[in-house]
Design a protein. Structure first.
Length: 135
């Protein structure tokens, strides 16, 4: 694995080679990572992902992005709660996760999205906008 500085230099070289800015390269990398997280959520949570409300799908894809499919696959009770559409229970159970100590604010955002499971797409968008603004 490349050290962070070497990785950054290789991204700079790629941007120069492609004739684009670093912002474009980073945006493309993020888009690829996000696509992988969504596909990972579809695979990990199977039908539970497809029937979940928008806010829950966002939380599940974010969890895959953060933890990876391998780690999440080991959380059997999480998979069961998603299958059973027990999103509030899942949000409550996450307080016991190691992530609650390592990244408490991030975990609170996931919990907030899971608890917003009755919102439609428009209200989910508004919720995420508020969260981004720190509300």
């Amino acid at each position: 694995a490349l050290a962070a500085q070497d990785y950054y230099k290789s991204l700079q070289a790629l941007a120069k080679q492609e004739g684009v800015t670093m912002a474009v390269v980073l945006e493309e990398l993020f888009d690829e990572d996000l696509d992988q997280a969504i596909e990972g959520a579809k695979t990990t949570f199977d039908k539970g992902y497809f029937v979940a409300p928008p806010s829950v799908r966002i939380a599940l894809a974010s969890l895959v992005f953060q933890l990876g499919t391998t780690k999440l696959s080991g959380y059997h009770s999480t998979l069961d709660m998603v299958k059973q559409m027990r999103y509030d229970d899942l949000a409550n159970s996450m307080s016991k996760w190691l992530l609650a100590q390592q990244a408490p604010n991030r975990l609170k955002r996931y919990q907030r999205l899971l608890r917003a499971n009755k919102l439609g797409i428009s209200d989910t968008y508004n919720l995420i906008s508020d969260m981004v603004k720190g509300r």
